[in-house]
Design a protein around this ligand. Structure first.
Ligand code: BDR
Ligand code: CA
Length: 334
């Protein structure tokens, strides 16, 4: 019997999702059962294609299942997402010196087009089947909008008792990006996030912006990756560069000339719980009002919350522990 940790990733790949996927594939301590894809950073065709790019680049046979192409409810409400400024906080994109739009995520990752194919089954059904057949030993790591997980829980609520734990990237305690009150993954599908948080899954860990912004990759990390010299390391160095340029343009970080690789922090936490610090058990609910706080993760910090605690919230991270882990795993791949 394998003593590897069984994991399913659910991603809107995405530059930082890509690093989460490759960290999971490269770790000898993880058995990655599959990756489901969801719309978020890009539409579903791109997030699925990008996921296959990462899997192929690692010569892996991890199956990829396409999931939901749109949020459960959010996009049905007129004007709900009308003011969205693309996480930039400004109405207009900025251009680099070649006249190209500066962006956190380009449509396609800087990796060869995939030759492998997604599996025919829908991601949500595959999630349900796999969890129902499991022995309650699967960790779910969603790194995009929670649409697939919310849908799966609605279709088959018994999966809640089958999930060992959920570690998701999303939300904010005091730090936000999509709007003044919300983080992108939760803002993109607030109803799905609220379904997940109230599902009764025993252990849910939220990795919000407050933690991911403390685990940034720097220009030195980028140079170290480039010096490794393999196609994989160079592709990740390019992603880090793109992200640093975008963060410098739109969300300058406290650590100058650096960028968070949000999603990979969830996988790193599974491998080494000390990469996250200041973890608090709290009541977290999502604002689904459609108002100014739409998509906000409301963390009840009172000693006696009205409703029981449902989520571990990480407020800090150990940057070096995280970057060392990811870089060494990339170095190990030839
Ligand atoms: C989250 O939004 C996406 O752009 C990233 O991939 C990450 O999952 C950060 O808010
Ligand atoms: Ca993501």
């Amino acid at each position: 019997m394998s003593d590897k940790m069984k994991v399913i990733l659910d991603c809107d790949t995405g530059s930082d999702d890509a690093v989460a996927i490759l960290t999971a594939i490269l770790s000898p301590r993880i058995e990655l059962l599959g990756v489901t894809t969801v719309a978020g950073n890009k539409e579903i065709n791109f997030t699925t294609d990008n996921t296959l790019r990462v899997v192929d680049m690692l010569r892996s046979d991890v199956p990829v299942y396409r999931g939901c192409a749109t949020s459960m409810v959010a996009k049905l409400l007129p004007n709900r997402h009308g003011d969205y400024t693309g996480m930039t906080g400004v109405k207009q994109d900025k251009l680099d010196d070649k006249g190209e739009v500066i962006s956190y995520h380009h449509d396609c990752l800087p990796m060869p087009a995939p030759t492998s194919k997604e599996r025919p089954e829908h991601g949500v059904w595959w999630l349900i089947d796999t969890l129902m057949k499991s022995e309650g030993d699967i960790t779910l790591i969603p790194t995009g909008p929670l649409t697939n997980i919310g849908m799966a829980l609605r279709l088959e609520p018994r999966i809640a008792g089958k999930i060992k734990q959920i570690i998701f990237m999303g939300g904010g305690f005091k730090v936000f990006n999509a709007t003044a009150a919300s983080e992108f993954n939760i803002w993109a599908d607030p109803e799905a996030a609220q379904i997940v948080l109230t599902s009764g899954v025993k252990t849910i860990t939220m990795v919000p912006l407050d933690a991911t912004h403390q685990a940034n990759f720097t220009r030195e990390d980028e140079a170290e990756l480039r010096a490794i010299g393999t196609p994989l390391a160079i592709a990740v160095a390019d992603l880090v560069d793109e992200r640093i340029v975008a963060y410098n343009a739109y969300q300058p970080q406290e650590l100058a000339d650096s960028a968070p690789i949000h999603d990979a922090l969830c996988v790193a936490y599974l491998l080494d719980p000390e990469v996250l610090t200041d973890i608090r058990h709290m009541r977290v609910d999502v604002d689904i009002s459609g108002g100014f706080a739409d998509g906000q993760t409301i963390c009840d910090t009172r000693a006696y919350p009205d409703r029981p605690e449902n989520c571990y919230v990480a407020l800090g991270a150990d940057r070096l522990r995280f970057s060392r882990m990811v870089i060494e795993l990339i170095r190990s791949f030839r």
